[in-house]
Design a protein around this ligand. Structure first.
Ligand code: SF4
Length: 456
């Protein structure tokens, strides 16, 4: 494992503010409950999940064909299509469009792909100013932080903190914490930005092979404001966002917002099919490790993800450790699957940041077996030597003990003795398990001994 901070280190930092942890936990659980209510309101919810999963299975089995079909249709529509092998190529394609138009400023709506590619940082290094127009994204941008959640990027921030940021950067009154006033401040600020930017960047939620159009879902209408007012619209999408036909869109739109926030549908589900007269529309299709993930049988169906965030809202570890502890653009259970396939060394800690309770799998609208993949990743990472020596040795020792009944009995006896005679052998600050917990009382006998004695 690399020397950088791990999920455990970063979670410990988040946990220092106990009040924030409880509030983060409660807020996300509230969203999860809204999702449950919304799901219960759809009679054929489980069937809808099955259908979505089957459509995505079909897409993954014929991804090449659908991409080729999509490219041909999109070009016929007048969209300029680009292909990017990785994040660096994606960033340089986007930059070349800015250079071609001699533009140094852009407005951007939310796109997890551009976060994955660190596009904002790259463009800033090239002297281009990018203003995020999603309210949550703008808040974290002003704070100099990455989003901590894929749907609710500033969910870790309190309104008092937002008030401070707006006072510092947007000139609102000191101490202002009224959500409506702060939202109005952001509206006025973003209005200026929308009206003055020549290039708008957006993500893509779904791209339809049959028609060559793409769909962007927002609750604030900010993608539409940016794209409709700018001379150039650049949309960036991961290659897995393809769906075969328009008729499939309804399945995903019904699932997406309900799973994300408990809404029946996102406020704006905008179709972009061709540039308006005089406008240029570019679409960058990005691989960045996706095609190699397609070849990994155990992990390929993580490519079905529609980025609803439901697995994060329900995850007991995510809710109590915060999105930044995952040190990857996509946090939570799905991020912990996607990240190690990009870099096993850097993200080897993430699949272990899970209780494997299965709640993520239970809520996933496209039926990704998330907790099983996390368990699978742990095995791969141990086998490939990406977990620390201490963990490897203790796992080896457990394997020996648990596969021998006599050794298991003996070690149980020894353990009970040690805990009685020298409890400090375990109850000390160097034992990370003990740090947060009371040690259980020592039983007099093992269950086996008790059972033998009491069997009638
Ligand atoms: S893995 Fe499933 S639940 Fe998690 S974000 Fe993706 S689609 Fe939503």
């Amino acid at each position: 494992m690399s020397s950088q901070k791990t999920h455990a280190d970063l979670a410990e930092k988040f946990n220092q503010a106990a009040e924030r942890v409880s509030w983060h936990d409660d807020t996300l659980w509230f969203v999860r409950q809204k999702r449950d209510n919304a799901a219960r309101g759809v009679e054929d919810w489980e069937q809808l999940r099955e259908i979505a999963s089957a459509i995505k299975d079909n897409v993954l089995s014929r991804l090449h064909d659908y991409l080729v079909e999509f490219e041909a249709r999109a070009k016929e529509n007048g969209i300029q299509v680009h292909w990017a092998r990785d994040a660096a190529e994606h960033n340089s394609i986007v930059h070349s469009i800015f250079v071609k138009h001699g533009v140094k400023q852009a407005v951007k709506s939310k796109s997890m792909l551009t976060e994955e590619c660190h596009l904002n940082v790259y463009l800033e290094q090239q002297g281009i100013e990018v203003i995020d127009s999603d309210l949550g994204e703008r808040i974290v941008q002003l704070a100099g932080e990455p989003p901590s959640h894929i749907v609710l990027p500033a969910i870790h921030k309190k309104k008092e903190e937002v008030g401070e940021l707006f006072h510092k950067h947007l000139g609102s009154a000191k101490g202002e914490k009224d959500a409506q006033v702060l939202t109005e401040t952001a509206r006025q600020h973003l209005r200026e930005v929308f009206l003055s930017r020549k290039i708008a960047l957006t993500g893509v939620n779904f791209a339809i092979a049959q028609t060559g159009e793409f769909v962007v879902c927002t609750n604030e209408g900010n993608a539409d404001m940016g794209a409709h007012l700018a001379d150039v619209h650049i949309a960036c999408m991961g290659i897995e966002k393809i769906i075969p036909k328009r008729e499939h869109l309804g399945v995903f739109l019904r699932l997406l917002a309900r799973s994300a926030t408990g809404q029946p549908i996102t406020t704006y589900s905008s179709h972009f099919k061709k540039p308006r007269p005089g406008q240029e529309m570019h679409l960058v299709l990005v691989d960045n490790g996706r095609s190699s993930r397609l070849g990994e049988e155990s992990f390929r169906n993580s490519l079905k993800c529609i980025r609803c965030g439901a697995c994060m809202n329900t995850c007991p570890v995510y809710r109590r450790s915060g999105g930044h502890s995952y040190h990857y653009a996509i946090a939570g259970p799905i991020g912990a699957i996607l990240a190690p396939s990009l870099d096993k060394k850097e993200f080897a800690d993430l699949p272990f940041a899970s209780t494997l309770c299965g709640s993520c799998t239970h809520v996933c609208p496209v039926k990704i077996n998330i907790h099983e993949q996390l368990y699978q990743w742990r095995q791969v990472l141990v086998q490939d030597g990406y977990v620390n020596k201490g963990k490897q040795l203790s796992m080896q020792a457990m394997k020996v003990v648990l596969s021998s009944p006599s050794l298991f009995r003996l070690s149980g006896k020894a353990g009970r003795k040690i805990m009685n005679l020298a409890p400090f052998a375990l109850n000390h600050r160097l034992n990370p398990w003990y740090k947060q917990r009371e040690m259980p009382g020592v039983p007099e006998s093992s269950f086996e001994e008790w059972y033998r004695k009491n069997r009638k």
